[in-house]
Ligand binder design. Structure first.
Ligand code: GRF
Length: 208
Protein backbone atom coordinates (compact mmCIF):
# COMPACT_ATOMS: atom_id res chain seq x y z
CA UNK A 1 0.00 0.00 0.00
CA UNK A 2 1.35 3.45 -0.93
CA UNK A 3 2.27 5.58 2.07
CA UNK A 4 -0.30 8.12 3.21
CA UNK A 5 0.20 11.50 1.56
CA UNK A 6 -0.29 14.40 3.95
CA UNK A 7 -1.09 18.00 3.08
CA UNK A 8 -0.23 20.36 5.92
CA UNK A 9 -1.95 23.74 6.25
CA UNK A 10 -0.06 26.22 8.43
CA UNK A 11 -0.13 29.98 8.99
CA UNK A 12 2.88 30.56 11.21
CA UNK A 13 5.94 29.20 12.96
CA UNK A 14 5.56 25.63 11.77
CA UNK A 15 6.97 23.79 14.78
CA UNK A 16 4.28 21.11 14.58
CA UNK A 17 5.08 20.75 10.90
CA UNK A 18 8.72 20.24 11.88
CA UNK A 19 7.66 17.55 14.36
CA UNK A 20 5.67 15.75 11.66
CA UNK A 21 8.48 15.97 9.10
CA UNK A 22 10.95 14.78 11.76
CA UNK A 23 8.79 11.74 12.58
CA UNK A 24 8.59 10.85 8.88
CA UNK A 25 12.37 11.25 8.50
CA UNK A 26 13.12 9.02 11.46
CA UNK A 27 10.83 6.35 10.08
CA UNK A 28 8.40 6.68 12.98
CA UNK A 29 5.58 7.70 10.67
CA UNK A 30 4.87 5.77 7.50
CA UNK A 31 3.65 8.75 5.51
CA UNK A 32 4.90 11.52 3.28
CA UNK A 33 4.33 15.25 3.61
CA UNK A 34 3.31 15.94 0.00
CA UNK A 35 2.72 19.68 0.27
CA UNK A 36 2.57 22.53 2.77
CA UNK A 37 0.08 25.30 2.04
CA UNK A 38 -0.11 28.61 3.85
CA UNK A 39 -2.46 31.59 3.79
CA UNK A 40 0.47 33.76 4.91
CA UNK A 41 3.08 34.51 2.24
CA UNK A 42 6.03 34.79 4.64
CA UNK A 43 5.02 32.11 7.13
CA UNK A 44 8.03 30.37 8.67
CA UNK A 45 6.20 27.09 7.99
CA UNK A 46 6.82 27.59 4.26
CA UNK A 47 10.57 27.89 4.90
CA UNK A 48 10.49 24.80 7.10
CA UNK A 49 8.90 22.93 4.19
CA UNK A 50 11.34 24.21 1.57
CA UNK A 51 14.34 23.38 3.74
CA UNK A 52 13.01 19.85 4.15
CA UNK A 53 12.54 19.53 0.39
CA UNK A 54 8.75 19.62 0.67
CA UNK A 55 6.73 21.61 -1.82
CA UNK A 56 5.54 24.89 -0.28
CA UNK A 57 2.62 26.90 -1.63
CA UNK A 58 1.13 30.24 -0.67
CA UNK A 59 -2.56 30.68 -1.42
CA UNK A 60 -3.93 34.21 -1.15
CA UNK A 61 -6.87 33.93 1.31
CA UNK A 62 -8.51 36.99 -0.34
CA UNK A 63 -10.06 38.01 2.99
CA UNK A 64 -8.79 39.35 6.28
CA UNK A 65 -11.48 37.58 8.32
CA UNK A 66 -11.47 34.16 9.98
CA UNK A 67 -12.66 32.56 6.78
CA UNK A 68 -10.98 32.61 3.39
CA UNK A 69 -12.88 33.34 0.20
CA UNK A 70 -14.67 30.38 -1.38
CA UNK A 71 -12.32 30.65 -4.37
CA UNK A 72 -9.23 30.48 -2.13
CA UNK A 73 -10.58 27.42 -0.35
CA UNK A 74 -11.33 25.80 -3.67
CA UNK A 75 -7.78 26.44 -4.79
CA UNK A 76 -6.45 24.74 -1.70
CA UNK A 77 -8.80 21.78 -2.24
CA UNK A 78 -7.61 21.53 -5.86
CA UNK A 79 -3.93 21.67 -4.89
CA UNK A 80 -4.45 18.96 -2.26
CA UNK A 81 -6.37 16.74 -4.68
CA UNK A 82 -3.78 17.23 -7.42
CA UNK A 83 -1.23 15.73 -5.06
CA UNK A 84 -3.48 12.86 -4.02
CA UNK A 85 -3.52 13.93 -0.40
CA UNK A 86 -5.23 11.43 1.90
CA UNK A 87 -4.93 13.45 5.10
CA UNK A 88 -5.04 17.17 5.74
CA UNK A 89 -3.19 18.20 8.90
CA UNK A 90 -3.92 21.66 10.25
CA UNK A 91 -0.84 22.84 12.11
CA UNK A 92 -1.38 26.35 13.38
CA UNK A 93 -3.70 27.18 10.48
CA UNK A 94 -5.52 30.32 11.56
CA UNK A 95 -8.57 30.04 9.32
CA UNK A 96 -11.93 28.44 9.90
CA UNK A 97 -12.77 25.98 7.14
CA UNK A 98 -16.18 26.00 5.46
CA UNK A 99 -18.49 23.00 5.64
CA UNK A 100 -17.76 22.44 1.93
CA UNK A 101 -14.04 22.11 2.67
CA UNK A 102 -14.72 19.80 5.61
CA UNK A 103 -17.00 17.67 3.41
CA UNK A 104 -14.34 17.49 0.66
CA UNK A 105 -12.04 15.67 3.11
CA UNK A 106 -14.62 14.07 5.37
CA UNK A 107 -12.97 12.77 8.55
CA UNK A 108 -9.62 13.20 6.86
CA UNK A 109 -8.73 16.55 8.45
CA UNK A 110 -6.91 16.71 11.79
CA UNK A 111 -6.13 19.68 14.00
CA UNK A 112 -3.91 20.26 17.01
CA UNK A 113 -5.23 22.60 19.69
CA UNK A 114 -3.31 23.84 22.75
CA UNK A 115 -5.89 23.08 25.43
CA UNK A 116 -7.75 20.11 26.83
CA UNK A 117 -10.92 20.39 24.75
CA UNK A 118 -13.77 21.03 25.25
CA UNK A 119 -12.21 23.54 27.64
CA UNK A 120 -10.87 26.67 25.98
CA UNK A 121 -11.65 26.39 22.28
CA UNK A 122 -10.65 29.27 20.00
CA UNK A 123 -7.65 31.58 20.24
CA UNK A 124 -5.24 32.68 22.99
CA UNK A 125 -6.14 29.64 25.02
CA UNK A 126 -2.95 29.23 27.04
CA UNK A 127 -3.60 32.69 28.50
CA UNK A 128 -7.26 31.83 29.09
CA UNK A 129 -6.32 28.61 30.93
CA UNK A 130 -3.79 30.47 33.09
CA UNK A 131 -6.24 33.26 33.92
CA UNK A 132 -9.05 30.83 34.67
CA UNK A 133 -6.85 29.11 37.23
CA UNK A 134 -7.06 25.52 36.01
CA UNK A 135 -4.40 23.24 37.51
CA UNK A 136 -3.98 21.20 34.35
CA UNK A 137 -4.05 22.14 30.73
CA UNK A 138 -2.59 20.42 27.70
CA UNK A 139 -3.31 19.76 24.06
CA UNK A 140 -5.73 17.87 21.87
CA UNK A 141 -5.54 16.31 18.43
CA UNK A 142 -9.00 15.97 16.94
CA UNK A 143 -10.83 15.40 13.69
CA UNK A 144 -12.12 18.61 12.17
CA UNK A 145 -15.86 19.01 11.77
CA UNK A 146 -17.94 22.09 10.90
CA UNK A 147 -17.48 23.64 14.34
CA UNK A 148 -14.47 25.39 15.85
CA UNK A 149 -12.36 22.87 17.81
CA UNK A 150 -15.36 20.58 18.26
CA UNK A 151 -14.54 17.39 16.32
CA UNK A 152 -13.99 13.88 17.75
CA UNK A 153 -10.90 13.68 19.97
CA UNK A 154 -8.04 11.36 18.99
CA UNK A 155 -5.37 12.02 21.63
CA UNK A 156 -4.95 14.42 24.52
CA UNK A 157 -1.96 15.12 26.72
CA UNK A 158 -2.18 16.93 30.05
CA UNK A 159 0.44 19.15 31.63
CA UNK A 160 0.37 20.83 35.06
CA UNK A 161 -0.17 24.57 35.34
CA UNK A 162 2.37 25.82 37.88
CA UNK A 163 1.93 28.75 40.25
CA UNK A 164 4.81 30.65 38.69
CA UNK A 165 3.81 29.96 35.08
CA UNK A 166 3.67 32.71 32.50
CA UNK A 167 1.81 32.39 29.20
CA UNK A 168 5.21 31.65 27.64
CA UNK A 169 6.27 28.94 30.08
CA UNK A 170 2.88 27.21 29.97
CA UNK A 171 2.78 27.43 26.15
CA UNK A 172 6.26 25.89 25.93
CA UNK A 173 5.27 22.99 28.22
CA UNK A 174 2.15 22.36 26.13
CA UNK A 175 4.05 22.67 22.84
CA UNK A 176 6.45 19.92 23.84
CA UNK A 177 3.46 17.60 24.19
CA UNK A 178 1.96 18.83 20.91
CA UNK A 179 5.11 17.75 19.12
CA UNK A 180 4.77 14.29 20.65
CA UNK A 181 1.04 13.62 20.18
CA UNK A 182 0.48 15.09 16.70
CA UNK A 183 2.83 12.68 14.89
CA UNK A 184 1.44 9.85 17.06
CA UNK A 185 -2.16 10.71 16.10
CA UNK A 186 -1.18 10.78 12.42
CA UNK A 187 0.60 7.45 12.85
CA UNK A 188 -2.61 5.93 14.22
CA UNK A 189 -4.65 7.44 11.37
CA UNK A 190 -2.15 6.20 8.77
CA UNK A 191 -2.33 2.70 10.23
CA UNK A 192 -6.14 2.72 9.94
CA UNK A 193 -6.49 2.32 13.70
CA UNK A 194 -9.01 5.11 14.35
CA UNK A 195 -12.63 4.06 14.48
CA UNK A 196 -15.13 6.86 14.91
CA UNK A 197 -18.26 6.03 16.90
CA UNK A 198 -20.32 9.17 17.26
CA UNK A 199 -18.12 11.59 19.18
CA UNK A 200 -15.77 8.85 20.34
CA UNK A 201 -12.61 7.76 18.56
CA UNK A 202 -11.75 4.16 19.42
CA UNK A 203 -8.15 2.98 18.97
CA UNK A 204 -8.12 -0.37 17.20
CA UNK A 205 -5.34 -2.85 18.00
CA UNK A 206 -2.25 -2.75 15.82
CA UNK A 207 -2.62 -4.83 12.65
CA UNK A 208 -6.38 -5.29 13.11
C1 GRF B 1 0.16 25.48 18.24
O1 GRF B 1 0.12 25.87 19.58
C2 GRF B 1 -1.09 24.75 17.87
O2 GRF B 1 -1.61 23.98 18.90
C3 GRF B 1 -2.03 25.88 17.52
O3 GRF B 1 -1.21 26.83 16.88
C4 GRF B 1 0.14 26.69 17.30
C5 GRF B 1 0.94 26.45 16.07
O4 GRF B 1 2.32 26.39 16.34
N1 GRF B 1 -3.13 25.41 16.72
P1 GRF B 1 3.32 25.94 15.20
O5 GRF B 1 3.08 26.84 14.00
O6 GRF B 1 3.06 24.49 14.90
O7 GRF B 1 4.68 26.16 15.79
Amino acid sequence: MAALRIGVLASGRGSNLEAIIGAVRRGELDAEVAVVISDVADARALDVARKAGVEALYVDPEKKKARMSAAAEQRIIDELRKRDVGLVALAGFMRILSSEFVAAFKMRILNIHPSLLPSFPGLGVQKKALEYGVKFSGCTVHFVDEGVDTGPIIIQAAVPVLDDDTVESLSARILEEEHRIYPEAIRRFAAGRLKIEGRRVILLPEGA
